[in-house]
Design a protein around this ligand. Sequence first.
Ligand code: FE
Length: 166
Amino acid sequence: MLLSFCVALLFAGCTSAQQDTKNDETQTSSIDWSAELSPEQYRILRQCGTEPPFTGEFWDHHERGVYQCAGCGSPLFSSQTKYESGSGWPSFFGALDSSNIRTRVDREHGMIRTELLCQSCGGHLGHLFNDGPAPDGLRYCINSVSLQFEHDSIASKEASPKGEQH
Ligand code: FE
């Protein structure tokens, strides 16, 4: 049921939120997002799109490091808070720094959801749900397209039993 529900949202954009996102662009008006981003990144980050589940680069990604905003590079999530939600999207139970992410009520499609946006560039990231793991029960459901990954080379070397180089 979760899957069918999510599929129904695949190509749904949040119209009013999209307008707000355009307002955000006034804060970064010198940036031509359509030139800076790939068409898919633009659809999701700037037009509140959603990638299909189990298709993104990071839903089954397990390396150590930091997930940054694909629009501006702001650090958003640590691999230490990533977990398997079964949703098909990268899921985190906490943010790296809550001040780097802001929320907004999303009332589109007959639902009331909490939309997650990059504080720095206003890019749409995903949504926040309350079905995550204890103790906080939070699930940051994020589009892979909205993220870029910075590998933690120090942690990787520490994890390597013979100090192998990566
Ligand atoms: Fe950003």
